[in-house]
Design a binder for this molecule. Structure first.
Ligand code: GDP
Ligand code: K
Ligand code: MG
Length: 302
């Protein structure tokens, strides 16, 4: 074959939008691997995280972000907005995710930010699987198109992966010709230890009711491979803000925390490709989410 191979492309793409539109689910879907945690609760993603998708022809570094939300009064909420905003810097394109059929003030605030960007904005209208009749979507697509200065507007579903080929094609138009930025076997900028703490936190977000998860964070206290036992030993400390929350996390006869442990362990074995011994502990640390020093020591640093 004498055909010239096409030049290599590599670049950064930020995934932005208000909480709960499906940013993390979309990034995981594009990566073909679950990296960023997801749940039906807003503010599941608290930290910026890179997901690196490398092929023979291109490397796309997705930057998943916490959802931008209005009225961030607590320190942790301000941290999340900072993490989201900082993703705008030095990217080659932005994926602005919105939810089909729903446009709120928070979407408008993100759209307003997009007005001043000098990088292309690709709008993804996600969750179209919720619409049986595609025609029902047209007025919404039109409305969104009028509000955002977009390069492309793509209806997608992270559940069915409808529209995913179009996302990749569109991104490739905007990332520069250059060699890969990260080694080809890198999947993220985050440590395995960080990913482990996120897996435990995901179980909290998914399992507990509405109030507790926002007051909870996870610290990995031990993370080591035992050669003799041929398995990882992981101790994770769940920090909550009040004694009542601790009781809820533990549950009646410890049933709640046991179930979360079972689910987290399953994901950790998958992540580490190894057997895992997991211990979960719960401790009260009052007001950690509104205390700058506590936040920094718990890894909430830019
Ligand atoms: P983020 O806060 O924007 O990162 O949103 P997540 O990725 O955590 O997703 C929020 C919720 O929306 C979760 O319950 C997801 O399972 C759900 N979700 C994500 N993508 C889709 C989709 O394409 N269709 C439907 N029906 N739900 C979705
Ligand atoms: K979420
Ligand atoms: Mg997220």
């Amino acid at each position: 074959n004498t055909a010239m191979s096409s030049p290599y492309h590599a670049g950064f793409v930020a995934v932005i939008g208000r909480p709960n539109v499906g940013k993390s689910t979309i990034m995981n879907g594009l990566l073909g691997q679950k990296l960023s945690i997801t749940s039906p609760k807003p503010q599941t993603t608290r930290h910026r995280i890179h997901g690196i998708h490398t092929t023979e022809h291109f490397q796309i570094v997705f930057v998943d972000t916490p959802g931008m939300h209005l009225g961030a009064s607590k320190s942790i909420n301000r941290y999340m907005n900072r993490a989201a905003n900082s993703a705008f810097g030095d990217v080659d394109a932005v994926l602005f995710v919105v939810e089909a059929g729903r446009w709120s003030k928070e979407d408008q605030a993100v759209a307003d930010k997009c007005q001043n960007l000098d990088v292309p904005v690709i709008v993804l209208v996600n969750k179209i699987d919720k619409f049986k009749q595609k025609e029902e979507l047209f007025p919404f697509l039109q409305k969104v198109g009028e509000k955002v200065p977009f390069e492309a507007l793509i209806p997608v579903s992270a559940y069915t992966k409808s529209g995913f080929d179009a996302i990749e094609t569109e991104i490739l138009k905007h990332i520069p010709e250059q060699p890969a930025i990260f080694p080809e076997d890198y999947i993220t900028d985050r440590s395995t230890r960080f990913l482990a703490s996120e897996i435990v936190r995901e179980k909290l977000m998914r399992t507990l009711g509405d109030e507790v998860p926002y007051g909870a964070t996870v610290e990995i206290e031990q993370f080591k491979f035992d050669e003799e036992e041929n398995r990882w030993h992981i101790n994770a400390l769940i920090l909550v803000e009040r004694p009542g929350q601790k009781q809820i996390v533990i549950g009646k006869k410890g049933e709640q925390i046991k179930q979360m442990g079972i689910q987290a362990r399953k994901d950790l074995m998958h992540l580490l490709d190894s057997r895992v011994h997991l211990e979960l502990w719960v401790k009260v640390k009052e007001n950690w989410s509104d205390d700058e020093r506590a936040l920094a020591s718990l890894g909430y640093t830019e």
